[in-house]
Design a protein around this ligand. Structure first.
Ligand code: PEP
Length: 252
């Protein structure tokens, strides 16, 4: 049975000047300095990526971007490519976040193109999937997750899939203060792992599946106690270094 190292990523969303992001990054670095049991990542806004990457250079905290474009270069005004993100020091990129899907019309097919572009650029994609409350109430949760996952990882070879992470983020739990129960999270995480196992048992065993949706220091332990919950993608609670560091500590 594979042991999966816990993984926590703070998604700072559209928050922070460069100075504010540097201060938060420094506090996160210091807050987790003595913790050795988890991979810790922060995802600042594009404008702060370079400065934060420099500040955290050679340390244990890695950098993620919150999105990328699927083309490497060209006439795509306003977009940022995966190779540009690698160039500023990112190791990861969050893809298919529900805010991208819901507010910016991002489709499953685009998530797949972006994941493939990220892998080509040497980045590890953190692929987000999640159902709305209406889908959950209609009993469509697992079908929705399956469809998003299948589309996102289509045409990605097993060797590349082994570099990806998946984040289960029920849309009704993001930024709402409402968390999926550990059992609800486990049901979906187990479904994701079983689905990947049908392609490759080895990849599935080592795949890190994160939970996201109002994860906090006081609920992380119960979520992490579930067999298939390997970490967190954390929004609100990652904007305070102390609570993010406490979450990493509680969850690793
Ligand atoms: C997120 O945006 O990925 C997220 C999980 O947000 P929050 O923790 O605030 O619910």
């Amino acid at each position: 049975m594979a042991t999966r190292r816990p993984f926590f990523c703070g998604n700072w969303k559209l928050n922070g000047t460069i100075a504010e992001s540097l201060a938060l990054a420094t506090d996160v670095r210091n807050g987790v300095a003595t913790l050795r049991g988890a991979d810790v990542v922060v995802a600042p806004s594009f404008t702060a990526l370079h400065a934060v990457a420099k500040r955290l250079e050679d340390g244990a905290v890695a950098i993620a971007a919150q999105n990328c474009h699927f083309e490497d270069k060209g006439a795509f005004t306003g977009e940022v490519s995966a190779s540009q993100l690698a160039d500023v020091g990112c190791k990861y990129v969050i893809l298919g976040h529900s805010e991208r899907r819901q507010l910016f019309g991002e489709l499953d097919a685009a998530v797949n193109l972006k994941a493939r572009a990220a892998l080509r650029a040497g980045l590890a994609p953190i692929i987000c999937v999640g159902e709305t409350l209406a889908e959950r109430d209609a009993g469509e949760t697992l079908g929705r997750i399956q469809a998003q996952l299948d589309a996102a990882i289509a045409d990605i070879a097993d060797a590349d899939l082994s570099r990806c992470l998946v984040a289960y983020e029920p849309v009704w739990a993001i930024g709402t203060g409402r968390t999926a129960s550990p059992a609800q999270a486990q049901e979906v995480h187990a479904h994701i792992r079983a689905s990947v196992a049908r392609r490759s048992a080895g990849v599935a065993a080592s795949l890190r599946i994160l939970y996201g949706g109002s994860m906090k220091p006081d609920n992380v332990r119960a979520l992490m106690a579930e067999a298939d919950v390997d970490g967190g993608l954390v929004g609100g609670a990652s904007l305070q270094a102390e609570s993010f560091a406490r979450m990493v500590k509680e969850g690793s």
